[in-house]
Design a protein around this ligand. Structure first.
Ligand code: IPD
Ligand code: CA
Ligand code: CA
Length: 257
């Protein structure tokens, strides 16, 4: 892959992130509901997406872009950029400072490059396949944890009922071994797994834009990425487990036990 693609993704995520930060600080955004009452979109999401798309299409007009806002159907292109202009909108609306811009570039069903940017902390996570994962220019690695007991595990709550019921079952079995957290931004949860702070993270029924960026960052930092039942990860199904290799097998057992 040309370095230009990652560079353009970084520029786009910094621009989108700048828009989010401004709205977050000035608190002058409008909010509307998408599906359930906690599935929201704001003017910050929309403006961030517009800016990101204009930067990416300006540099790579031939690569299709799947952006969260305005997408009803999700086409499965051979190559595409996936754009989540604000991952963690509910956090953003409530002024919980844990959200990010998430961009992924996939080709032939493989993650090629990912960027996740938290504009409040200025944490810029990025990776491209085969070259390792980085936070603000420094190489990052998953944790060296070897036991689920006492590890830091994070789970997400899906909007859709089937996934939510499955999550409740998973929590019942996993809580026998350790405590759990829910942080509300899939891309940052994957990036913190890459950074070695979170030891394992799983969630069901996410969308491609939630995961396309974070997956390659987690993998390049050494995480094992699969479906929560241990099957192959599918970007379009959106069921994900990412964990440090030292606990991966034990965690699959604990979740499905
Ligand atoms: C959401 C976040 C959250 C996850 C939701 C996602 P959004 O993305 O990633 O962590 O639990 O399922 O939809 O809507 O804030 O971009
Ligand atoms: Ca999202
Ligand atoms: Ca979003």
């Amino acid at each position: 892959m040309s370095f230009d693609i990652l560079e353009a993704m970084i520029i786009a995520s910094l621009s989108g992130g700048g828009i989010l930060k401004k709205y977050f600080e000035e608190e002058n955004f409008s909010v509307s509901r998408k599906s359930v009452s906690y599935d929201l979109v704001t003017s910050a999401d929309r403006e961030s997406q517009e800016k990101i798309i204009s930067i990416l299409t300006g540099r790579f007009p031939h690569i299709p872009i799947i952006g969260e806002e305005g997408s009803k159907e999700i086409p499965h292109y051979r190559e595409a950029f996936y754009v989540d202009p604000l991952d963690g909108t509910l956090n953003f609306v409530h002024k919980f400072p844990f959200f990010a811009v998430s961009l992924g570039y996939w080709k032939d069903d493989e993650p090629i490059a990912g960027v996740v940017y938290n504009p409040l902390t200025k944490d810029l996570f990025y990776a491209q396949r085969g070259d390792g994962a980085f936070l603000n220019g420094e190489r990052i690695r998953v944790s060296a944890t070897t036991s689920v007991e006492g590890s830091l595990l994070v789970v997400g709550f899906p909007y859709q009922e089937e996934g939510l019921l499955k999550t409740v079952e998973d929590i019942k079995s996993t809580m026998k071994v350790t405590d759990l957290r829910v942080l509300g931004s899939a891309s940052l949860e994957l990036s913190y797994t890459a950074l070695g702070i979170i030891d394992g993270y799983w969630e069901y029924a996410l969308s491609p834009w939630d995961l396309a960026g974070g997956v390659v960052i987690a993998q390049e930092a050494g995480a094992v990425v699969s479906a929560p039942d241990g099957g192959k990860f599918d970007l379009f199904k959106g069921d994900i487990l990412a964990a440090t290799p030292g606990i991966y097998r034990e965690l699959v057992k604990a979740i499905n036990g």
